[in-house]
Design a protein around this ligand. Structure first.
Ligand code: 4AD
Ligand code: MG
Length: 462
C-alpha cells in the first residue's frame, strides 16, 4: 500500500492499486448500496472523490464520515467516469480517524470573511484560506529563490532589539514575568530588567542587516516585524512579515531597479506556481485580478520625485480629505490617486522631505537639495505603499547631525556609527511588506485574511 496526497492522486499517470488517501471530508452523498466522499487534504484546491460500497470493511461507520471528519480510505485509483476529474478512488476500506459532530462550524455553505476570522483555527480547511496558505508558502519560496539566484545571502536579524529603526516610537516592550507568575491569573508586568536596559520587538531588521551588507555585499532578511501603531486599517497589522534586502555599493536608482524587478518577479513566480489557487481568487474575490496583475508585470513602473507628486496632487481636480504640501506624508487617498487615476500603474515616489523620514536616509545635499533625502516608496494600485526604502547615509558627520536633528540618543547606536567610521561605503535597501504583496496578488482587501493568525489592535483571540 502506498500513501498518496490528493494532488498526486489527481495527477496520476495511470491507474494505481492499493493506495491510501487521508484527509478531511468535505461532503458525503449516500446512495443505495454505496456512498461518495469528497476528500480534501490541502495538498491542492481540488477534492478526490472516493466511492465506498456498502460491503467494504468499515462501511458500518459511514455515518461518522461527516463534513469535517478526518478519514483514511484504502482502495484503487481508477479512471473516473464522472466529469471534472480524471481519477477517483474505488474504496475498499474506510477508517474514521477523527469524527466531526454536527456542531462542526464549517458546514458546507458560504461563510463570510468576518465569521471565518472568528474561527481562524479552522478556516484553512476552506478553499479560500487553504489556497491563501499555499500561495503564501509559494511566495515565500519565490522570495528566497529570487535573492539566491542573484548572489544575496540570507541573514537572520534579531527579533529583540534595543533600537527603534523607524524612530516612530511604535514598539512593543519586552519584559520578563514576575516570579511565581501563573498563566491563569493576570499579573502586573515585571519591572526588573532582564537585559539591563529597555528591549523591544523589532520594527525592522534593517539596522542589523546593514553591517552584513557592509561585509557580504548583498544580503536580505525575511522575518516577522512588530508595530504598535494603533491604526485600525485593513492594511496594518501589529505583526507582519517583511523582506529587507540591503546592498553595498548601491545608490537610490539601483535600489529602485531592484525593487521593481523583485516585485514583478514575485508576481510572475506566484502566478506560475499557484495558477489554480490564484484563479480561485480571480473568480470569486476580484474579477479584475488578472488584468491588474498583468498590467503591473508588463509595463515599467512610473518614477516621480516627491516634489512632482505633490504638484500633481495639488493640481488634480479630485478633492482630498487631507491637503498636500511639501512636507506632508502621503495618505492612502493620495497614493491611490497617483496609482489608480493619474498614472494607472505602480509608481515609485522618491526623494522625500527629510522632515518626514527616519535618521538613516541619505541627505541629498550633494545633489543640491538638502531638504530631501534619497528615499523611495513603491505605491501600487489598491494597496498603496508596498515598499519603503532608501539609500543610507554613509557619511559619519552627516549621520550624526541628522541624529541630533531627530533628537536621537546616539549612545545605543555606537555600533551603527562605527560602520561609518570603518570602511564605510554607499549602500541602500528597502522593505517589502509580505502581507501587502499577498493582498495584491489575491485581491484580498483585508490584511487579516492573508496571515494565519492576525494580530491587530484589541484582537488576540488565538
Ligand atoms: O516603510 P517601512 O516602515 O520601512 C522600513 O521599515 C524600512 N526600515 C525598510 C528598509 O528600508 N529596510 O516598512 C516597509 C514596508 C511598508 O512599505 C509596508 O509594505 C510594510 O512594510 N508595512 C506594514 N505591513 C503591514 N502592517 C504594518 N503595520 C506595516 N508597516 C509597514
Ligand atoms: Mg514606509
Amino acid at each position: 500500500m502506498i500513501d498518496l496526497t490528493v494532488k498526486d492522486a489527481l495527477n496520476a499517470e495511470g491507474p494505481l492499486e492499493n493506495v491510501r488517501i487521508r484527509g478531511w471530508v468535505r461532503t458525503r452523498r449516500d446512495s443505495k448500496g454505496f456512498s461518495f466522499l469528497e476528500i480534501n487534504d490541502g495538498s491542492c484546491l481540488k477534492n478526490l472523490q472516493a466511492i465506498l460500497d456498502a460491503d467494504a470493511p468499515g462501511y458500518a461507520s459511514i455515518e461518522d464520515a461527516n463534513t469535517g471528519a478526518a478519514v483514511a480510505v484504502i482502495g484503487d485509483l481508477v479512471e473516473s467516469p464522472g466529469k471534472g476529474q480524471a481519477w477517483e478512488l474505488k474504496g475498499r476500506e474506510l477508517s474514521i480517524v477523527g469524527t466531526a459532530p454536527e456542531d462542526y462550524p464549517l458546514q458546507k455553505k458560504r461563510h463570510s470573511d468576518e465569521y471565518l476570522r472568528t474561527i481562524a483555527h479552522l478556516r484553512p480547511r476552506t478553499n479560500k484560506y487553504s489556497a491563501m496558505a499555499r500561495i503564501r508558502s509559494e511566495a515565500a519560496f519565490a522570495v528566497h529563490r529570487f535573492f539566491h539566484n542573484r548572489g544575496f545571502h540570507y541573514v537572520h536579524t534579531p527579533i529583540i532589539t534595543g533600537s527603534d529603526c523607524e524612530g516612530a516610537g511604535e514598539m512593543f516592550r519586552v519584559t520578563t514575568l514576575p516570579p511565581g507568575y501563573t498563566a491563569d491569573k493576570d499579573s502586573d508586568y515585571h519591572t526588573e530588567d532582564f537585559f539591563g536596559r529597555a528591549a523591544n520587538l523589532t520594527v525592522s531588521g534593517q539596522l542589523e542587516a546593514e553591517p552584513y551588507a557592509l561585509a557580504l555585499s548583498k544580503v536580505y532578511t525575511f522575518g516577522p516585524t512588530f508595530r504598535a501603531e494603533n491604526s485600525n486599517t485593513p492594511r496594518h497589522a501589529a505583526e507582519f512579515w517583511m523582506i529587507e534586502p540591503e546592498m553595498a555599493f548601491y545608490d537610490l536608482s539601483m535600489n529602485m531597479d531592484l525593487a521593481e524587478e523583485f516585485t514583478k518577479d514575485l508576481l510572475t513566480s506566484v502566478l506560475d506556481a499557484s495558477a489554480d489557487d490564484i484563479e480561485l481568487f480571480a473568480r470569486f474575490v476580484d474579477k479584475e485580478l488578472m488584468s491588474t496583475l498583468e498590467n503591473i508585470v508588463s509595463q515599467p513602473f512610473e518614477r516621480v520625485p516627491y516634489r512632482e507628486a505633490v504638484e500633481i496632487l495639488k493640481q488634480s481636480k479630485q478633492t482630498f480629505d487631507y491637503p498636500v504640501e511639501f512636507g506632508t506624508d502621503l495618505q492612502t487617498e493620495h497614493e491611490r490617486y497617483l496609482t489608480e487615476t493619474h498614472f494607472r500603474r505602480p509608481v515609485i515616489v522618491h526623494d522625500y522631505p527629510r522632515s518626514i523620514k527616519p535618521f538613516y536616509m541619505r541627505v541629498n545635499d550633494d545633489a543640491g537639495d538638502p531638504e530631501t533625502v534619497a528615499a523611495m516608496d513603491l505605491l501600487v494600485p489598491r494597496i498603496g505603499e508596498l515598499i519603503g526604502g532608501s539609500q543610507r547615509e554613509e557619511r559619519l558627520d552627516v549621520l550624526e547631525a541628522r541624529m541630533d536633528e531627530c533628537s536621537l540618543d546616539k549612545a545605543p547606536y555606537w555600533w551603527y556609527l562605527e560602520l561609518r567610521k570603518f570602511g564605510s561605503a554607499p549602500h541602500a535597501g528597502f522593505g517589502l511588506g509580505f502581507e501587502r504583496l499577498l493582498m495584491l496578488v489575491t485581491g484580498i482587501t483585508n490584511i487579516r485574511d492573508v496571515i494565519a493568525f492576525p494580530r491587530t489592535p484589541r484582537h488576540l483571540d488565538f
